[in-house]
Design a protein around this ligand. Sequence first.
Ligand SMILES: C[S@@+](CC[C@H](N)C(=O)[O-])C[C@H]1O[C@@H](n2cnc3c(N)ncnc32)[C@H](O)[C@@H]1O
Length: 327
Amino acid sequence: MPNPVWISLTFKYNLDHKYSDSVNNKALNKSKHTTDNDEFYTYYKDIALEVDNYASQLKGKHIYCNCDNPYLSQFVLYFIRNFKKIGLKSLTSTCLNNPHGLYFHVTDIPQSIIDGNSLDIMMWTKKHTVELNGNGGFQTPECQQILKTCDVVITNPPFSLFRDWYDLVKSAGKKYLVVANMNTCLSANISADIVEGKARFGCATTNRVYYFWRSSPTSNDRLKIGYICWLTNMKTVVKPFIPTVKRSISDYTTYDGTMIIKVPKLAQIPAGYKGVMGVPITFLFKHNPAQFKIVGFASHGKDNKYDMFSPHINGKEQYKAILIKYA
Ligand SMILES: C[S@@+](CC[C@H](N)C(=O)[O-])C[C@H]1O[C@@H](n2cnc3c(N)ncnc32)[C@H](O)[C@@H]1O
């Protein structure tokens, strides 16, 4: 159970959504190797900025936040505040908690609660939260059963279990909107879905940096983490991106053993080029399938059928790239 310091701090930041200036990517890198650093929490403001774009697709839907403490998660707070505005059918949240996970489910919310302050909502949500039999892990049979009944899963899952989370939600055939690490999106199973147009980055248009709280906060215990994106299989709105660069193709280098040019920055995508280009993963923030086709990617050359080669130039290893051509 969270301690009272955390609750009071959470409440404080619910209200003012203050952002920290401290940059700490080390914690995220560490989280690839341990679950200790999965305790990051998404800010309300960042959730609203993204989820607001899907209101019409969420209307009448049962939302499931499957890695979210019902009375501390800002995802839950957001969906409570916007329950009637979006026209949700129901909202469920579960979270890992030993020995018994927490479960919250509502099909209606009194207007007085929706209009209340964060503390009112938190208290009301807590009153409606019960314990699960198991520990609330998203992989437990109980939570998988809930998953089957929902329409859309929306959360920020533990980075260390992201691929398991993805495979589970995908195999359940559910819509999802989830906070992800950009590099993880180039893993074999996810990148194939991106190439096939079954998964895409969310509506955020830049390589956004998100802010999280740690689980045992002290006054400075907040983090700014880069290389984060939203990943979804819902429809997104992509702002037009018009390449205007008219450089000679000989100004670009090609990857070893290929005719594929390396475009180091999105702003350098040559206008009207007919061949295949290797672009940074940040291209996915701008990808409009009517404009460009993703033909594959260059990672290790063997992750899946779309991983064309390991990117090297003059024998020197290059950053992983998305391979695109004009549609
Ligand atoms: C990155 S945090 C995000 C928390 C919350 N979703 C949010 O965005 O504020 C990931 C959360 O997943 C929880 N978690 C870890 N393993 C889990 C599991 N197997 N099933 C469900 N939640 C888990 C962690 O305790 C942590 O609170």
